[in-house]
Design a protein. Structure first.
Lengths: 279, 310
């Protein structure tokens, strides 16, 4: 009797989840379909499968919409920012959790408070600092360096939480063997923390890849170094009625994200569980 | 004999202290790059922004101390106060949508087989990976006036009379923006709630299985009370992300029609970079921080109560 009841309710839950899942992936499937359609085909029936796999829209997006150039910019900005963030935050998190820094707990608390702060509220002075440092004329640094600064607090907190789960005895053993701190870190700790690093990587990549507001401000005075998010919106403005090409541009932005998540999903869930995001 | 032992002890202590000191120095060296970045790009701007809030400055003129004038001007300007109201509206609606959907997803998923869980988790999390601006553009496909998916669907099922200019009417477009924002964030809520539930010890549920409790009783009496701190954290996160909505609005309506869907961050940019009123823009930034903090404190307060250790 009881088992039967449970089965029915699991069935209902599954039904709800399937409905929501269809709703959730529909826009992306729709834009993949649309990206292969001509405009005429699109207006004839927006629901239909594309008649054939035309790549004209992608060519339009890349040649006329400069989506290719924007993609190169976005990739460069992401790779450089993430590399710096990971190197700097691993060092800092290790120091705060496993070396003897006076007031380390207080520093971590301050990081948590800063991390809550909306960066949107400080953009005016941020712009002045970036301009004073002469970064506005550079192609990418006006975006990369602030991104690094903004991502560090959150990343350090997640990594420090992880480091705390590594027994001190393990480190002591390495130190007694005469290994330097850097060596201990690279040889012993980093191999253990694949999932935490992946988690940070996914979060940070999503932020940098999708950031819009600061990128708009940082590229106000120049034409080069524009990332995909701004590119897409410019593009949409130029081709308001060319749905196919807009859809192609959307696919260029989203496919790397799906790929990244498929490859890192396993570590990601693990890392979140281990990182103890408990508030 | 005695003195030799004593010497050894002292030596040991000395060595230990030296080692600790060495660790501190290395630690500070490791900490330096992060400290420099955070100081230059977060802490100094924060302090500077707060200071600038009390001055008038257009970028060229001399900086002039104005006391609380900027705040008074802002809070008596209709366009500014209405942008604050709109941001709060989006924050509340988006948070309800995100928390509701996300927690329901996580609780339902928990009952499914592992393989199914993985597939659904991927699908439900995917919107949260997408840039907000891309989600905005995607949903223009859905809500566009002519040949938008929704209007076409209404037409197709014979409800053409329900066609609306979803992004053209001020109040309606705010609802649309807030719900899409909440839908996008539901993935974050789902994944963090899931990890919180997975972190609960299995033994907690064994008693329930023996006593034949239903899943809903488990949810109500075991799961929800135990993941309260995660829910609490998520609530703050969602309120904050909703309150500072910018990308979604920019992509979907550019703040239009007119300034009808302007949110606080859009107003900051307009004041600063279109009107060169940096002092006022900074003051609005300060207001944004204050309101966000209040929202978070309120959410913590409303969710207060004992937390359980397990």
């Amino acid at each position: 009797m009881n088992i039967k009841k449970i089965n029915i309710s699991v069935g209902l839950m599954r039904l709800f989840l399937i409905a929501m899942a269809i709703f959730s992936i529909f826009p992306i499937i729709f834009s993949i379909f649309t990206s292969f359609k001509t405009n005429k085909e699109f207006y004839k029936n927006i629901w239909a499968f594309p008649e054939e796999l035309r790549i004209e829209n992608y060519i339009t997006a890349i040649t006329e919409g400069k989506i290719g150039e924007y993609a190169v910019n976005s990739i460069t900005i992401s790779v450089v920012s993430l590399t710096i963030v990971l190197l700097v935050s691993i060092l800092a998190a290790y120091a705060l959790s496993r070396l003897r820094i006076p007031g380390a707990e207080l520093l971590l608390l301050i990081l948590i408070l800063i991390q809550i702060l909306p960066t949107e509220s400080i953009i005016i002075p941020e712009y002045m600092i970036v301009s004073k440092l002469g970064l506005l004329q550079t192609k990418y640094w006006a975006m990369i360096l602030p991104y690094v600064g903004w991502l560090l607090p959150g990343t350090i907190i997640i990594l420090a939480n992880f480091f705390k789960t590594i027994p001190l005895e393990l480190l002591e053993a390495a130190r007694i063997d005469g290994a330097s701190e850097l060596r201990t870190m690279v040889k012993i700790i980093i191999p253990l923390m694949k999932s935490s690093i992946m988690t940070c990587l996914v979060f940070d990549f999503c932020f940098v890849w999708g950031e819009l507001m600061w990128a708009q401000i940082a590229t106000l005075v120049k034409e080069d170094g524009i990332p995909l998010t701004i590119g897409l919106l410019n593009f949409k403005g130029l081709y308001t009625t060319n749905w196919g090409a807009t859809a192609a541009a959307i696919c260029v932005i989203t496919v790397p994200l799906y790929a990244l998540f498929i490859f890192t999903q396993k570590y990601f869930i693990e890392g979140l569980t281990a990182g103890g995001v408990k508030g | 004999m005695d003195s030799y032992d004593l010497f050894g002890l002292e030596r040991g202590k000395y060595m230990k202290r030296k080692k600790i000191k060495k660790q501190t120095i290395i630690g500070l060296i490791f900490l330096f790059p992060a400290a420099a970045f955070i100081l230059i790009f977060m802490i100094i701007p924060l302090i500077w922004n707060f200071g600038l809030s009390f001055f008038e400055w257009n970028g060229n003129s001399a900086v002039q101390f104005k006391g609380f004038d900027n705040f008074v001007t802002l809070l008596t300007t209709k366009a500014v106060t209405s942008s604050i109201t709109k941001s709060i509206f989006i924050a509340l609606v988006a948070t309800v949508v995100a928390m509701g959907l996300g927690i329901v997803y996580a609780l339902f998923l928990y009952r499914l087989r592992r393989r199914e869980q993985k597939i659904f988790r991927f699908i439900f999390f995917s919107p949260a990976m997408l840039p907000l601006s891309v989600v905005g553009v995607l949903f223009i496909f859905v809500f566009a006036n002519d040949s938008g998916i929704l209007n076409s669907l209404l037409e197709a099922i014979g409800l053409g009379s329900l066609r609306r200019a979803w992004l053209g009417e001020p109040q309606l477009s705010l609802w649309v923006i807030a719900i899409v924002q909440g839908w996008r964030q539901s993935g974050v809520v789902m994944i963090l709630t899931t990890t919180a539930i997975l972190g609960l010890p299995k033994s907690l549920f064994e008693n329930g299985i023996l006593e034949g409790t239903t899943y809903w009783e488990d949810v109500k009496y075991i799961i929800l009370p135990l993941i309260k701190s995660s829910v609490n954290l998520l609530l703050s996160m969602m309120l904050m992300s909703g309150f500072k909505t910018y990308d979604m609005v920019y992509a979907m309506t550019k703040g239009g029609p007119g300034e009808m869907t302007y949110t606080v961050p859009m107003k900051i940019i307009q004041l600063g970079f279109s009107y060169n009123r940096y002092g006022e823009a900074a003051a609005l930034g300060t207001i944004l921080t204050v309101i966000a903090t209040v929202l978070i404190l309120l959410s913590r307060y409303s969710m207060r109560g004992e937390t359980y250790e397990y």
